[in-house]
Design a protein around this ligand. Structure first.
Ligand code: SF4
Ligand code: SF4
Length: 181
Protein backbone atom coordinates (compact mmCIF):
# COMPACT_ATOMS: atom_id res chain seq x y z
CA UNK A 1 0.00 0.00 0.00
CA UNK A 2 3.03 2.31 -0.09
CA UNK A 3 3.04 3.09 -3.82
CA UNK A 4 1.40 6.35 -4.97
CA UNK A 5 -0.31 5.84 -8.35
CA UNK A 6 -2.73 8.61 -9.20
CA UNK A 7 -4.18 11.26 -6.86
CA UNK A 8 -7.30 11.65 -9.05
CA UNK A 9 -9.46 9.19 -7.01
CA UNK A 10 -8.96 11.35 -3.91
CA UNK A 11 -10.41 14.30 -5.77
CA UNK A 12 -13.53 12.66 -7.16
CA UNK A 13 -14.40 10.71 -4.01
CA UNK A 14 -13.96 13.79 -1.85
CA UNK A 15 -16.15 15.87 -4.16
CA UNK A 16 -18.82 13.23 -4.78
CA UNK A 17 -19.16 12.18 -1.12
CA UNK A 18 -18.71 15.70 0.28
CA UNK A 19 -16.17 14.35 2.80
CA UNK A 20 -12.94 16.13 3.82
CA UNK A 21 -10.88 12.98 3.25
CA UNK A 22 -7.66 15.00 2.97
CA UNK A 23 -7.94 15.79 6.71
CA UNK A 24 -7.52 12.14 7.79
CA UNK A 25 -4.37 11.71 9.88
CA UNK A 26 -4.66 7.93 10.27
CA UNK A 27 -5.54 7.76 13.96
CA UNK A 28 -7.45 4.46 13.34
CA UNK A 29 -10.40 5.46 15.57
CA UNK A 30 -12.84 4.66 12.74
CA UNK A 31 -11.56 1.09 12.35
CA UNK A 32 -11.46 0.61 16.14
CA UNK A 33 -15.23 1.16 16.36
CA UNK A 34 -16.46 -0.34 13.08
CA UNK A 35 -18.78 -3.28 13.90
CA UNK A 36 -17.95 -5.15 10.69
CA UNK A 37 -14.20 -4.43 10.55
CA UNK A 38 -13.51 -8.12 11.29
CA UNK A 39 -15.05 -9.12 7.95
CA UNK A 40 -13.44 -6.38 5.85
CA UNK A 41 -10.49 -6.86 3.53
CA UNK A 42 -9.60 -3.15 3.79
CA UNK A 43 -10.29 -1.46 7.14
CA UNK A 44 -12.04 1.94 7.22
CA UNK A 45 -8.84 3.92 7.93
CA UNK A 46 -7.12 1.99 5.13
CA UNK A 47 -9.90 2.98 2.71
CA UNK A 48 -8.99 6.62 3.31
CA UNK A 49 -5.28 5.81 3.03
CA UNK A 50 -5.90 4.08 -0.32
CA UNK A 51 -7.59 7.27 -1.52
CA UNK A 52 -4.55 9.29 -0.48
CA UNK A 53 -2.28 6.92 -2.35
CA UNK A 54 -4.48 6.78 -5.44
CA UNK A 55 -5.03 3.01 -5.17
CA UNK A 56 -8.29 3.08 -7.09
CA UNK A 57 -8.27 -0.50 -8.36
CA UNK A 58 -7.81 -1.88 -4.83
CA UNK A 59 -10.69 0.24 -3.57
CA UNK A 60 -13.10 -0.55 -6.40
CA UNK A 61 -12.32 -4.27 -6.15
CA UNK A 62 -12.66 -4.48 -2.36
CA UNK A 63 -15.34 -6.33 -0.40
CA UNK A 64 -15.23 -3.72 2.37
CA UNK A 65 -17.13 -1.07 0.41
CA UNK A 66 -20.07 -3.52 0.07
CA UNK A 67 -19.86 -4.80 3.66
CA UNK A 68 -20.21 -1.33 5.21
CA UNK A 69 -23.61 -1.13 6.95
CA UNK A 70 -23.73 2.68 6.95
CA UNK A 71 -24.03 2.66 10.76
CA UNK A 72 -21.82 5.80 10.85
CA UNK A 73 -19.95 4.80 14.02
CA UNK A 74 -16.80 5.84 12.15
CA UNK A 75 -18.14 9.35 11.65
CA UNK A 76 -19.09 9.67 15.32
CA UNK A 77 -15.56 8.62 16.39
CA UNK A 78 -13.56 10.51 13.78
CA UNK A 79 -11.88 13.68 15.12
CA UNK A 80 -12.36 15.17 11.65
CA UNK A 81 -15.98 14.07 11.21
CA UNK A 82 -15.21 11.98 8.13
CA UNK A 83 -18.20 9.85 7.13
CA UNK A 84 -16.69 6.68 5.64
CA UNK A 85 -20.17 5.35 4.78
CA UNK A 86 -20.55 8.28 2.38
CA UNK A 87 -17.10 7.53 0.95
CA UNK A 88 -18.10 3.87 0.49
CA UNK A 89 -21.32 4.95 -1.23
CA UNK A 90 -19.27 7.03 -3.66
CA UNK A 91 -16.99 4.06 -4.32
CA UNK A 92 -19.97 1.72 -4.90
CA UNK A 93 -21.47 4.22 -7.32
CA UNK A 94 -18.12 4.35 -9.12
CA UNK A 95 -18.01 0.55 -9.46
CA UNK A 96 -21.52 0.48 -10.95
CA UNK A 97 -21.00 3.52 -13.20
CA UNK A 98 -17.86 1.96 -14.67
CA UNK A 99 -19.58 -1.39 -15.26
CA UNK A 100 -17.01 -3.23 -13.08
CA UNK A 101 -17.79 -6.54 -11.39
CA UNK A 102 -18.56 -5.87 -7.70
CA UNK A 103 -16.61 -7.97 -5.19
CA UNK A 104 -19.93 -9.02 -3.59
CA UNK A 105 -22.44 -9.23 -6.48
CA UNK A 106 -25.49 -10.11 -4.32
CA UNK A 107 -24.94 -7.02 -2.13
CA UNK A 108 -24.47 -4.92 -5.26
CA UNK A 109 -27.76 -6.26 -6.68
CA UNK A 110 -29.53 -5.36 -3.43
CA UNK A 111 -27.98 -1.88 -3.58
CA UNK A 112 -29.14 -1.43 -7.21
CA UNK A 113 -32.71 -2.58 -6.48
CA UNK A 114 -32.91 -0.33 -3.41
CA UNK A 115 -31.81 2.72 -5.42
CA UNK A 116 -34.10 1.80 -8.35
CA UNK A 117 -37.05 1.65 -5.95
CA UNK A 118 -36.20 5.05 -4.44
CA UNK A 119 -35.77 6.56 -7.91
CA UNK A 120 -39.10 5.16 -9.11
CA UNK A 121 -41.25 5.78 -6.03
CA UNK A 122 -39.50 8.60 -4.18
CA UNK A 123 -38.90 6.27 -1.22
CA UNK A 124 -38.21 2.58 -0.99
CA UNK A 125 -41.14 0.19 -1.56
CA UNK A 126 -39.84 -2.81 0.41
CA UNK A 127 -42.08 -5.47 -1.12
CA UNK A 128 -41.46 -4.41 -4.72
CA UNK A 129 -37.73 -4.09 -4.05
CA UNK A 130 -37.46 -7.55 -2.46
CA UNK A 131 -39.38 -9.21 -5.33
CA UNK A 132 -37.13 -7.51 -7.90
CA UNK A 133 -34.03 -8.50 -5.89
CA UNK A 134 -35.08 -12.15 -5.56
CA UNK A 135 -35.81 -12.36 -9.27
CA UNK A 136 -32.41 -10.89 -10.00
CA UNK A 137 -30.45 -13.31 -7.82
CA UNK A 138 -32.80 -16.22 -8.71
CA UNK A 139 -33.44 -17.08 -5.11
CA UNK A 140 -37.21 -17.35 -5.15
CA UNK A 141 -38.28 -19.23 -2.02
CA UNK A 142 -35.71 -18.79 0.76
CA UNK A 143 -37.40 -15.85 2.55
CA UNK A 144 -41.03 -16.50 1.61
CA UNK A 145 -42.16 -17.57 5.15
CA UNK A 146 -40.55 -14.44 6.65
CA UNK A 147 -42.11 -12.27 3.91
CA UNK A 148 -45.57 -13.68 4.65
CA UNK A 149 -45.13 -12.98 8.37
CA UNK A 150 -44.05 -9.40 7.67
CA UNK A 151 -46.99 -8.86 5.32
CA UNK A 152 -49.38 -10.21 7.95
CA UNK A 153 -47.96 -7.77 10.54
CA UNK A 154 -48.28 -4.82 8.19
CA UNK A 155 -44.50 -4.37 7.82
CA UNK A 156 -44.75 -4.45 4.01
CA UNK A 157 -47.08 -2.26 2.00
CA UNK A 158 -48.64 -3.99 -1.00
CA UNK A 159 -48.46 -0.81 -3.10
CA UNK A 160 -45.82 1.93 -3.08
CA UNK A 161 -46.63 5.13 -1.19
CA UNK A 162 -46.95 8.32 -3.21
CA UNK A 163 -44.75 11.11 -1.94
CA UNK A 164 -44.35 14.78 -2.77
CA UNK A 165 -41.24 15.82 -4.69
CA UNK A 166 -40.97 12.55 -6.66
CA UNK A 167 -39.97 14.46 -9.80
CA UNK A 168 -37.20 16.27 -7.90
CA UNK A 169 -35.85 12.95 -6.60
CA UNK A 170 -35.64 11.59 -10.15
CA UNK A 171 -33.82 14.75 -11.20
CA UNK A 172 -31.29 14.18 -8.37
CA UNK A 173 -30.65 10.63 -9.63
CA UNK A 174 -30.10 11.89 -13.18
CA UNK A 175 -27.70 14.57 -11.90
CA UNK A 176 -25.78 12.06 -9.77
CA UNK A 177 -25.39 9.74 -12.77
CA UNK A 178 -23.91 12.60 -14.78
CA UNK A 179 -21.42 13.40 -11.99
CA UNK A 180 -20.22 9.80 -11.74
CA UNK A 181 -18.97 9.83 -15.34
S1 SF4 B 1 -20.40 3.25 8.53
FE1 SF4 B 1 -19.39 1.50 7.57
S2 SF4 B 1 -17.19 1.88 7.83
FE2 SF4 B 1 -18.27 3.24 9.25
S3 SF4 B 1 -18.32 2.11 11.19
FE3 SF4 B 1 -20.24 1.65 10.12
S4 SF4 B 1 -19.84 -0.21 8.95
FE4 SF4 B 1 -17.84 0.62 9.58
S1 SF4 C 1 -11.02 8.29 12.52
FE1 SF4 C 1 -10.98 9.87 10.92
S2 SF4 C 1 -8.93 10.78 11.05
FE2 SF4 C 1 -8.88 8.83 12.16
S3 SF4 C 1 -8.19 7.31 10.64
FE3 SF4 C 1 -10.41 7.29 10.61
S4 SF4 C 1 -11.00 8.73 9.00
FE4 SF4 C 1 -8.86 9.13 9.53
Amino acid sequence: MGEIRDPQPLRWVGEYSGQPVERCFQCHKCSGGCPVAGTMDILPHQIIRCLHLGLEEELLGSRAIWLCTSCRTCKARCPNGIDIAAVNDALRARVLARGLRPALPAVADFHRQFLASVEKNGRVHELGMMVAYKLKIRNYLQDVPLGIKMLARGKFRLLPERIRGQKEIRTLFTKARGEQR
